[in-house]
Design a protein around this ligand. Structure first.
Ligand SMILES: Nc1ncnc2c1ncn2[C@@H]1O[C@H](COP(=O)(O)OP(=O)(O)OP(=O)(O)O)[C@@H](O)[C@H]1O
Length: 431
């Protein structure tokens, strides 16, 4: 078992593709870390660098605190499983599992014991005499995992191991992998682009976008408090709605978030209001997940939005209504943002505000010319695209609704996410 330390890992391939850009990540002994991100974000490259199959352009890989740069995959005691069930076709399942032990010269009696143990843990004991072509996809992948684990590696690395399987089998094997690696206590890095896999399997999740590590944390933390807009948009079904909102301070009562022609109010008693006040007159991004909104009968001042149903999606147990609230949605570019740079920018922003009052005076003069001017001055943070917003609301199965109908939506203000236009989270106090 081993601790992994990745220090400022950058990988630029010949030809100039930047696969990884300054990745720092610590993985604890026995931890199951899931690397997730869209296609091409650098997940496999990072896994191969941990394995020693690829050399970083700069940066260091540490194993148990020691620089492992000079160690081969064998010396790192790594076992890998890929998505394509790479079993040796001319060997029976049992021989496939035994192969790594055989070439290591292990005593045949001890081999038998280890194989039985591994095959038992993976539920393939009955299949050891079959040829690979006589196994189903799921069985082949179980045997491949048995072959990887039989050597009792220090590191277990899996690259999308379930992506060739159907969804039922994926769920089944997911649970088995989780149970198995935890009972073995082997440090595991698991690459996937499937968020269900990530959220259900991981001790912690590391989210990558375009080679940049966006966020690392437990599934709950990364989902509830995503470090960047990219992470908020990448995790969660249905997808979060990212609304452009202008912040206005009403010193006597509340902060108003102007979303299109409508407003949500955060009273001063809400500790987040003080932080948001720094953005007076500016555009920020308000993230609204479906669980933060629900249809209500009567509007509530500052706590609800009106809209009309643009279209409906029926899912059996619920329907999703996509609501036009006359607002603008921000599309995140997959480049995302460097979270640390974004956090630093937010802190600079806060420091620059010296006294809140002076800042308000300055901003109020500016915003008296109207939000459009303030918006133009603040700019549309370059890389984000704007389009008409659709707020996603879950409707219980028996609620009757039709496209074009008007609807009032209650908003759970405590469940809103706030981001700077650059994409970094506005730190309004971490729970
Ligand atoms: N050998 C290589 N030569 C040049 N570019 C490469 C090489 N391997 C990967 N890349 C590039 O590096 C980037 C990261 O690739 P990588 O395979 O790590 O992504 P990934 O997140 O695992 O993607 P996927 O989910 O599609 O497997 C991509 O832009 C890819 O095109």
């Amino acid at each position: 078992m081993a601790r992994i330390g990745l220090r400022d890992i950058t990988k630029v391939f010949p030809g100039g593709a930047v696969a990884l850009d300054g990745v720092d990540l610590d993985i604890a002994d026995g931890e199951l870390m899931v690397l997730i991100g869209p296609s091409g974000c650098g997940k496999s490259t990072l896994l191969r660098i941990i394995a020693g199959l690829e050399t970083p352009t700069s940066g260091e890989v540490h194993l148990d605190g020691m620089d492992a740069g000079h160690l081969s995959p064998k010396e790192r005691q790594v076992a890998m499983v890929f998505q394509n069930f790479a079993l040796y076709p001319h060997m029976r399942a049992g021989e496939n599992i035994a192969f790594p032990l055989r070439i290591s010269g292990m005593d045949p009696a001890a081999q038998g014991e280890r194989i039985a143990e591994s095959a038992g843990a993976l539920g393939v004991r009955e299949l050891l005499n079959r040829w690979p072509h006589q196994l189903s996809g799921g069985q082949r992948q179980r045997v491949a995992m048995g072959r990887a684990l039989v050597r009792q590696p220090r590191l277990f690395l899996l690259d999308e191991p379930l992506s060739n399987l159907d969804s039922g089998l994926r769920a089944e094997l997911r649970a088995e992998i989780s149970g198995m690696v935890r009972s073995l206590g082997v440090t595991t890095v698991y690459v996937t682009h499937d968020q269900t896999e990530a959220l259900t399997l991981a001790d912690r999740i590391a989210v990558l976008s375009q080679g940049v590590l966006q966020d690392v944390g437990t599934a709950g933390r990364v989902y509830d408090k995503p470090a960047t807009m990219f992470v908020a948009a990448f995790l969660g079904t249905p997808r979060i709605t990212l609304l452009e909102a202008f912040v206005y301070v009403y010193l006597n009562s509340h902060i108003a978030l102007r979303i299109g022609e409508q407003q949500l109010y955060l009273p001063w008693s809400d500790p987040r209001a003080r932080e948001l006040a720094h953005y007076h007159g500016e555009a920020i991004v308000v993230g609204v997940r479906a669980e933060a909104v629900a249809p209500i009968a009567e509007p509530r001042r500052g706590q609800s939005l009106r809209g009309s149903i643009r279209h409906l999606e029926h899912h059996g147990h619920e329907s999703l209504a996509f609501i036009d609230i006359g607002a603008t949605e921000i599309d995140v570019d997959p480049d995302g943002v460097r979270p640390r740079a974004a956090a630093a920018a937010a802190r600079r922003h806060a420091r620059a505000s010296e006294s809140l009052f002076n800042r308000f005076l300055d901003k109020i003069t500016r915003t008296e010319r109207g939000p459009e001017v303030a918006q133009a001055e603040n700019g549309h943070a370059g890389r984000h695209h704007l389009r008409p917003a659709e707020l996603t609301v879950r409707l219980p199965p028996r609620v009757r609704a039709a496209s074009g109908e008007n609807i009032t939506i209650g908003v759970r203000l405590d469940m809103l996410h706030f981001f700077e236009r650059r994409g970094g989270r506005i730190d309004v106090g971490w729970r």
